[in-house]
Design a protein around this ligand. Sequence first.
Ligand SMILES: Cc1cc2nc3c(=O)[nH]c(=O)nc-3n(C[C@H](O)[C@H](O)[C@H](O)COP(=O)(O)OP(=O)(O)OC[C@H]3O[C@@H](n4cnc5c(N)ncnc54)[C@H](O)[C@@H]3O)c2cc1C
Length: 456
Amino acid sequence: MKEIIADVTVIGAGLTGLTTAYLLSRKGLKVKVIDQNAWAGGQIKTFKEEGFVFESGPNTGVVSYPEITELFQSLNGECELENARESAKLRFIWKGNQFHLLPSGLTKSITTPLFTLSDKIRILGEPFRAKGTNPDESVYDLAKRRLGKSFVDYAVDPFLSGVYAGNPQTLVTRYALPKLYNLEQNYGSFIKGAIAKMKEPKTDRDKLATKKVFSCKGGLDNLPLTLANKIGKENVLLNAKEATITPMEQGFDTTFNFENERISIKSKNVITTVGGYSIPRLLSFIDEQQTSSISNLIYAPVMQVGVGIKNTGSLKFNGFGGLVPSCEKRDVLGILYPSACFEERAPQDGALFSFFIGGRMHADMLNQTDEQIESMIVKDLHTMLKFPQGTKPDMIRIFRHQQAIPQYEASSGKRFEAIDNIQQQYKGLILGGNIKGGIGMADRIRQAFQLAELIK
Ligand SMILES: Cc1cc2nc3c(=O)[nH]c(=O)nc-3n(C[C@H](O)[C@H](O)[C@H](O)COP(=O)(O)OP(=O)(O)OC[C@H]3O[C@@H](n4cnc5c(N)ncnc54)[C@H](O)[C@@H]3O)c2cc1C
């Protein structure tokens, strides 16, 4: 067995693991990252074909925290953050047989056909409605109580589809949307809370959280690839299989198969950034009763289909894309327009679309064959995006993610407790990743900063 000594071993070369390892190596620590995949980036992967640049996983993030700007600034232009065009603020919601603009201002909110007249009137009373008392209230129940059913159906439900590919009835607000939950808890109302937040003075650092939609110049995977380069290729061990961690008197021993031999990394600290399903095997020295509260985390399956059209003719696509409320009973969750948001994602007269299919409520869609999906896309190009009937994509690539997005449902409290207990019991072992702390890329980067701070 080959032995390596390090200060920190990071399991998982996704965005969380690579950002953490990069920050730690900048502090002068000796860090090793291992991943069972053959590539660095985890769920983030960019493809380039026939003039289209498309993603198999996430398409965009939001600069929700200062840490995102700080990370890109620290990379000194080696990977450039690309903000989406202003028009990406336009978002559409499917109702009936077409996409409608999601209103932003007051006037448009009054005229939109998305919400019922009674809910539009009822929303004026939102600031005066009583605060909820059930801490485990679902997003559906909370939003229906405060905003009305049509707002749940045509705003909250599609928003949750877009973020969680989830079911509003089972996602628990305080875990899934903590900011929204806190608006009600701290200010008594979403509207009052949002106004109060807007008035709060902002420090220069707060202003780095621009709230803009971002990708990277040339595709999202430039970020993990740049981070891996900075950490040093020799410190990122890919295709590392059958990893297990064992506590030692001082620190931990991580062993795994790599290039036909068993490797052992001995380090004072180990940080895991893997999905909940990987935890029992990785930490097999911990009682299964304890790890089962982590491994029972449900992941929504998602299929993403990259669709390229080389010439859209007279059709022009502006905006972020369209989302489909579940009550509309269509097969797709949403269609994003990446080439409308970012430079050089499609040939000059063409467009790139990203179809999201499946999710918690339509998991069976991932069992459809490629042929079935392709004919569904051809149909939707006509019915939803209004291309002439029979228009065929010039490029189509189907990506299935069986364990895509963790669902922060009622079991989350027990999961967070189990994580805390394990960390207390085994000092130096830290459980990060999307099992806690949020599911989006911005959450992952922020968590990496927090994890790196824990190691002195
Ligand atoms: C289809 C899809 C669409 C998404 N859309 C968006 C979006 O629009 N906006 C957004 O902000 N976020 C989006 N996300 C979420 C975003 O991709 C994640 O937040 C982020 O990439 C997760 O990074 P991570 O490092 O925490 O996890 P991962 O990227 O999952 O990395 C974990 C790594 O651990 C490795 N690993 C697991 N088990 C082991 C083991 N036993 N041994 C060794 N290695 C192991 C895995 O191979 C993997 O590389 C999307 C995700 C998917 C799947």
